[in-house]
Design a binder for this molecule. Structure first.
Ligand SMILES: C[S@@+](CC[C@H](N)C(=O)[O-])C[C@H]1O[C@@H](n2cnc3c(N)ncnc32)[C@H](O)[C@@H]1O
Length: 445
């Protein structure tokens, strides 16, 4: 298969079998032996199409004068791919049109090819700016317009707007735009790193252990091979450091990562624990993901006990530091998972809120007096961040909310806290991280 065929295959599998694009695509690229340039083209085609699908669907419905539901799903995937090349990439329109019609001939039944051809011709009659002007004329509701233009479901635009307002902000358009940018590759240099100074890496970003890779393959770095360099968002790095460095740790402390899979924060926490002589226990409910935690810890040369249990009922003693990186909607990591915005629903949020409350309560039971708990999500939605926290604080008189912003200011010279709050909300468009929420609660001993 060539790059367009691979991208088409990916869209179909993401749509029909709930595949994760960022896991499946490297696999498909490898199996089809695409060279570097074709692989890069395929990633842009597939991920760009998935991220901008909402806008392309609106354009497709205008160009065909049909409801989307009336368009054959396979034909719609080809139209989306063609629309991305015409409106979102620098492919000359005639080349995009020819190549996509050729693709349609190979993968669609005969009757659908003419329809796709006509739709793409219509789409290529206007440049992107004119489609946007048409959108502005035809869609009066500003929130709906933003949802189409930046290709987000309506409920997510509303949720993100609310989350920004709760942080004293209003720049929704910048945030939506940032969610459509491919994230740069960020690395963490674990405190025991050996090779970082010898690698061609730039120390950059909000985490004091963070490095940015401008191009190339991180797996070829020596530090990556010996496990001391790992790919990790810098917001996640800060979340782990907020807990491990909240105040000075004593040798023999017991640390728990209650929801550890696949093990990114556990690897950093484990390396930090090793430095101070603390012991880490990493728990994860899913069998498969708990194996990934063991792997991440082994790769990083970190010793920790890995447990595979439901964190709501875990009972293995008291801990001095507990990380709850709660299962959440992931609304803060939309740029990382191109299809995820189309899979989540507002209903998921309600179920998750119950689980989040149960997990934070369980963590609280397991926290030793004088200990500190980090409640973290990769979502900025107030229902799964501050609301969960307020419930805990309202219920337990010995719970004291620490100023996580102040603590992180002492850990990172690049971090600027919002002094109006004690919890931390990071944003892709200002911090170039996932929209991580970080809070620290102390059990007054
Ligand atoms: C946001 S992820 C954690 C990411 C991880 N801290 C990292 O940095 O790699 C949340 C994890 O919680 C796990 N989880 C969900 N329900 C759980 C439960 N009841 N007990 C323990 N883990 C749970 C999920 O399987 C998922 O792996």
């Amino acid at each position: 298969m060539n790059s367009r065929e691979v991208a088409y295959e990916l869209l179909g599998r993401v749509r029909s079998s709930d595949a994760y694009a960022n896991l499946l695509l490297p696999d498909l690229i490898g199996k089809n032996k695409l060279d570097r340039a074709d692989a890069a083209m395929c990633v842009e085609l597939a991920f760009g199409t998935l991220r901008n699908q909402g806008f392309y669907d609106w354009v497709a419905s205008k160009a065909t004068s049909r409801d989307l539901a009336a368009i054959d799903a396979d034909a719609l995937d080809v139209i989306r791919l063609g629309a991305h090349q015409i409106l979102g990439m620098r492919t000359p329109p005639h080349a995009a049109l020819n190549e996509t019609v050729n693709l349609a001939k190979r993968v669609l039944r005969q009757g659908a090819v003419g329809f796709v051809n006509a739709a793409l011709r219509r789409i290529s009659e206007k440049p992107r700016t004119e489609w946007v002007e048409l959108l502005e004329r035809e869609v009066a509701d500003p929130a709906r317009r933003l949802a189409i233009l930046y290709s987000h479901p309506d409920w997510i635009v509303k949720a993100l707007k609310l989350a920004l307002e709760a942080d004293g902000r209003s720049e929704i358009e910048k945030l939506l735009r940032a969610n459509n940018d491919a994230p740069s590759v960020n690395l963490v240099a674990l405190p025991n790193h050996r090779f970082v100074d010898e690698e061609d890496l730039v120390r950059e970003g909000i985490s004091p252990l963070g490095y940015r890779l401008e191009g190339g393959d991180p797996t070829s770095l020596r530090g990556f091979q010996d496990g001391s360099l790992r790919v990790q968002d810098q917001g996640s790095q800060l979340a782990a450091l907020a807990l491990s460095r909240a105040f000075e740790a004593k040798p023999g402390e017991r640390w728990l990562d209650l929801c550890a899979g696949p093990g990114g924060k556990a690897a950093l926490l484990g390396a930090e624990a090793k430095l101070v002589g603390a012991k880490l226990v990493a728990n994860e409910i899913s069998n498969h993901r708990s194996r990934l935690v063991s792997q991440a810890l082994a790769d990083s040369g970190v010793k920790a006990q890995v447990i595979n249990e439901d964190g709501r009922t875990l009972d293995v003693g008291l801990f001095d530091r507990i990380m709850i990186d709660a299962p959440c909607t992931g609304l803060g990591a939309l740029r990382r998972r191109p299809e995820s915005r189309w899979r989540k629903t507002a209903e998921d949020l309600k179920e998750l809120n119950v689980l989040q409350s149960e997990l934070i309560e369980s963590g609280w039971r397991q926290l030793a007096p004088g200990g500190v708990l980090a409640y973290v999500t990769c979502s900025p939605h107030p229902a799964e961040t501050t609301a969960i926290l307020s419930k805990l604080l309202g219920k337990h008189k010995d719970a004291e909310l620490l100023d996580a912003g102040l603590i992180l200011e002492g850990i990172s010279d690049q971090f600027m806290p919002n002094r109006a709050r004690k919890t931390v909300q990071l944003w892709p468009h200002t911090d170039d991280t996932d929209a991580m929420f970080i809070s620290l609660i102390k059990k007054v001993g």
